[in-house]
Design a protein around this ligand. Structure first.
Ligand SMILES: Nc1ncnc2c1ncn2[C@@H]1O[C@H](COP(=O)(O)OP(=O)(O)OP(=O)(O)O)[C@@H](O)[C@H]1O
Length: 279
């Protein structure tokens, strides 16, 4: 016990043996007309590492396997999901709630850009408003018969992702990293956050891991040697996939054609998620 103990664990940050955790359930219920079997959060330590790409590709991969998938784009200040799927129409509502927009292959999507009149308008909102909007995507949107919902989380481990994890009953998270960032620190932060929130980490995905030269077929580690395996071992986690830098993938995102990407990099993750669904 700290020598300055004031007997109030809720206002103290000491990690002492006497600490009494207060278990408060802040979970929000989804819309009463919604049916969502599994919810997977995709997180990253910082922006631009490919979190939205991994979210999109996972939804596409599981959709190809016959599951009804959905994406809740919780990245309110940097929404990139509608563009990757080439969605230009806006979300519609009824007296009961708001409906997600369906992609060409039937994936249900909700994103701030499907509501804003002009999707180039910046979202200049403070944290609580942003977190409130994400909560509404969960409580006010009618998500029908969803087998797997993927949440593209806001980057980092700050206020907004914390509120989202407290409000939405997430079944597991996948951490996306890239070799050039401070992976060790970022994974440690994500692991701590998941522990605090009591959410299982399904594993790590290393994006932009290597480049496969089309001329000689060799793999080159453009951003230097990867340390993802050691880091995963340290935290008793699994490396679920390593994605190459592939200009066809970024071109597909830019043209709104991510549903038609070719590659099976995420199939092993999809099979792992499939086993979760059976439980
Ligand atoms: N493996 C890859 N190969 C080629 N381009 C990639 C790859 N991964 C991501 N990109 C491109 O990098 C850009 C950033 O990716 P993405 O939007 O998925 O990152 P993010 O982590 O979600 O970023 P933010 O948090 O800012 O939304 C996109 O243009 C995407 O197409």
């Amino acid at each position: 016990m700290s020598e300055n103990c004031n007997q109030s664990c809720s206002s103290c940050s000491e990690d002492c043996a006497e600490r009494k955790e207060q278990k408060v359930d802040f979970f929000e219920k989804p819309h009463e007309m919604s049916s969502i079997k599994k919810v997977i959060g995709i997180v990253s330590g910082k922006g631009g590492v490919g979190k939205s790409l991994v979210t999109s590709m996972l939804a596409v991969t599981m959709n190809r396997m016959g599951y009804h998938t959905a994406i809740l784009d919780a990245d309110i200040t940097g929404p990139s999901i509608p563009k990757a799927f080439g969605i230009i129409e806006k979300a519609k509502g009824s007296e009961f709630g708001l409906f997600p927009v369906k992609t060409k292959t039937g994936i249900d999507i909700m994103s701030i850009n499907l509501i804003l009149e002009n999707d180039t308008d910046p979202v200049l909102w403070r944290g609580p408003i942003i977190a409130g909007t994400v909560k509404q995507f969960w409580t006010d949107v009618i998500w029908s018969d969803i087998d797997f919902m993927f949440i593209d989380m806001p980057p980092g481990t700050g206020d907004v992702p914390l509120t989202v994890f407290q409000s939405i009953a997430v079944d597991g998270i996948i951490v996306v990293t890239s070799p050039q960032e401070l992976v060790s620190m970022i994974v440690s932060k994500a692991v701590k956050m998941a522990e605090m929130m009591n959410i299982p980490i399904i594993g790590l995905v290393e994006n932009m891991s290597y480049f496969k030269c089309p001329d000689n077929g060799k793999d080159y580690q453009i951003f230097g040697d990867s340390h993802i395996e050691e880091i995963a071992d340290k935290h008793n986690l699994k490396v679920l996939a390593k994605l190459p830098i592939d200009s066809k993938v970024s071109a597909a995102c830019d043209r709104g054609m991510i549903e038609f990407f070719e590659g099976n990099w995420l199939e092993s993750i999809a099979q792992k998620l499939e086993r979760m669904e059976e439980k």
